[in-house]
Design a binder for this molecule. Structure first.
Ligand code: PLP
Length: 380
């Protein structure tokens, strides 16, 4: 493969990607490639990633336990902070048991390959996260994708399926659109067709529900058919992920999930830090309220713009531009004004729907949002 020619082709299509280099603590003000910006780019929606209580927890834990996970959980890597966090997480989301993974990507791969075999089928929303799509492919089951949030099409596909075991897999909050999957309707279909319902709540955990418990609390649903996954590097501000569900399912994952077994346990200091984060998520409801107020302010302010803000009531506010070159150019013009908003292009989003993914955090101020709105109006 001629990499330089392939990279040149990506560049010509405005699809070349590069990594902005950050040299500041996380937060709305970032030093990127040596320059300061007001940023709307991170998934640290509650502003916990540099909270003093989390930094203190992260510093204290290694004094007792060192820094390394040292072995797989099954060998000699499962420490008390992991065990304690799993119990806290299961109680928090209201499911019988939970299991930590080192990342959401690994959790999705591990669980779906354990739930599914050849001859089974997985039914997936077309806008699911790339890690869920990869997990569905790796599971080697029949992989049926339905139009975004189209319950009627899903029902038709389920009714036509002769698979032994069926799994419906969706993002509970879609990562690039910010909208919700209709979980009540999805659960009804899972019940009617004897399917599992796998929910990836990377963007709901910490944010939705009365205390940030996530999408299950938001929709007030509960069922032994639900397998719940959430990440701990976004609103929780740390790293990792967990899966929660029935106790026998969790035991099965411990025995069978390759991305759980054949990897070193996450450092226990991270689990201790997530426990501290869970306290803040539960107790500091003002962070969610502040975020909601900023979301309303941004949406009201964008009404007069020529670009469409996709319908979202979450911290993910996508301003749809269309072409990749146009989205990159607008992101660049904002940068020249000291504002950093990432342009999201295919294949992360469908062709022709490149967008600025504005993500808000409880740490932004009303003035920050006004600064962004004023710049967008000027550029419109
Ligand atoms: C970020 C994300 C993941 C991956 O989680 P990591 O912990 O970052 O690996 C999975 N699913 C969705 C919907 C995500 O947004």
């Amino acid at each position: 493969m001629d990499f330089s020619a392939e990279l040149g082709a990506l560049q010509a299509q405005s699809l070349l990607r590069r990594r902005p280099l950050l040299d500041s603590p996380p937060g709305p003000r970032l030093t990127i490639d040596g320059k300061e910006y007001l940023a709307f780019a991170s998934n640290d929606y509650l502003g916990l990633a540099h909270h003093p209580a989390l930094i203190a927890a992260a510093q204290q834990a290694p004094v007792r336990r060192g820094v390394g996970g040292t072995a797989s959980h099954l060998v000699a890597g499962h420490f008390t902070p992991h065990e304690q966090l799993e119990q806290e997480l299961a109680a928090f989301v209201g499911l019988p048991a939970a299991l930590l993974f080192s990342s959401g990507y690994m959790a999705n791969l591990g669980v779906l390959t354990c739930l599914l075999q050849r001859g089974d089928a997985v039914f997936a929303d077309k806008l699911n996260h790339a890690s869920l799509n990869d997990a569905c492919l790796l599971a080697r089951a029949g992989f049926k994708r339905f139009r975004h949030n189209d319950l009627a099409q899903l029902q038709t596909l389920l009714a036509a399926s002769t698979a032994r075991r069926k799994v419906i897999a969706v993002d509970a909050v879609f990562s690039m659109d910010g909208d919700f999957a209709p979980l009540t309707g999805l659960l009804h279909l899972a019940e009617a067709h004897d399917a599992w319902l796998y929910l990836d709540d990377a963007h709901g955990f910490g944010l939705l529900g009365p205390h940030g418990q996530g999408s299950l609390a938001h929709w007030a649903i509960s069922s032994p058919r639900i397998v719940y996954m959430a990440t701990l590097g976004k609103a929780a501000g740390v790293a990792g992920a967990f899966v929660a569900g029935q106790a026998d399912l969790i035991q099965w994952l411990i025995n069978k999930a390759h991305t759980y077994i054949y990897t070193t346990a996450q450092p226990p200091m991270l689990a201790a830090t997530v426990s501290a984060s869970l306290q803040l998520i539960t107790n500091e409801g003002w962070r969610r309220e502040r975020l909601q107020a900023l979301i309303q302010q941004l949406r009201a302010g964008c009404e007069s713009l020529p670009w469409r803000l996709l319908p979202s009531s979450t911290a993910i506010q996508p301003l749809q531009i269309g072409g990749s070159a146009a989205a990159l150019a607008l992101a660049q013009q904002l940068r020249e004004r000291g504002i950093w908003v990432p342009a999201i292009r295919p294949p992360t989003v469908p062709e022709g729907t490149a967008r600025l993914r504005i993500s808000l955090s409880a740490e932004h101020t009303a003035d920050d949002v006004n600064t962004l709105l004023a710049a967008l109006k000027e550029l419109a």
